[in-house]
Design a protein around this ligand. Structure first.
Ligand code: ADP
Ligand code: 5GP
Length: 191
């Protein structure tokens, strides 16, 4: 089995990317390690620098852009940058592991374009926009304004689905996790 491949998981916020990644990463056969992104957004309660994200100031992030330290970056929300560090991908590949990325839909399309057959892009879809709003509300991590902003953006982001290698609807969590694991397992067995 080859190592060092990239698995891209993208979807609008609240579709279940983090939840699904949290499950599949436990499967030792997939040899996955999470690519910790850099961001300028504030840490949420319980988030740890260097675990969930590298939390940077805007100045630090702009330095990273200038110094060409990022594979890709997006201003996912106004004034909030998110980006994949080249050093993260290199670190994980040097360990002989496959890299799993939780990135927004535009970043997902860009990374797939860069890495071609070495990357697999998976788009997670919600059963409906209504369900998405309910999940964001029950997650309880974002203000109503932030939730409205995220749901407002979701309809547009869902139009990116057909630019991904595969699509998985996250309705019943266990079924979605099983399907994602099956897709990744097939991909990493390929040369
Ligand atoms: P994302 O990482 O895409 O923003 P999360 O993984 O944080 O999304 O999921 C958003 C919320 O929805 C969380 O509270 C999570 O527990 C919940 N959730 C995820 N998948 C399901 C599912 N299949 N059924 C019900 N709730 C779910
Ligand atoms: P959150 O603020 O909910 O953690 O993430 C918001 C969005 O930013 C999610 O869609 C997430 O996938 C995306 N994101 C996280 N890291 C990156 C990254 O490195 N690059 C890009 N383009 N998007 C990212």
């Amino acid at each position: 089995m080859s190592h060092g491949k990239l698995i891209i998981i993208s979807a609008p916020s609240g579709c279940g990317k983090s939840t699904i990644i949290g499950e599949i990463i436990k499967n030792p056969e997939l040899r996955l390690e999470f690519s910790i992104s850099a961001t300028t957004r504030e840490p949420r309660r319980g988030e740890v620098d260097g675990v969930n994200y590298y939390f940077l100031s805007t100045e630090e992030f702009e330095d990273a852009i200038r110094n060409d330290e990022l594979v890709e970056y997006e201003e996912v929300y106004s004034g909030r940058y998110y980006g994949t560090l080249k050093s993260e991908i290199a670190r994980i590949q040097a360990e002989g592991k496959n890299v799993i990325l939780d990135i927004d839909v535009k970043g997902g399309v860009n990374v797939k374009q860069k890495y071609g057959n070495d990357a697999l892009s998976i788009f997670i879809q919600p059963p409906s926009i209504d369900t998405l709003r309910h999940r964001l509300l029950s997650r309880g991590t974002d203000s109503i304004e932030a939730i409205n902003q995220r749901v407002g953006k979701a309809a547009f982001e869902l139009t990116f689905a057909d630019r991904f290698d595969c699509r998985v609807v996250n309705d019943v969590l266990r079924e979605a996790v099983d399907e994602v694991e099956r897709i990744i397992s097939d991909f990493i067995k390929r040369d």
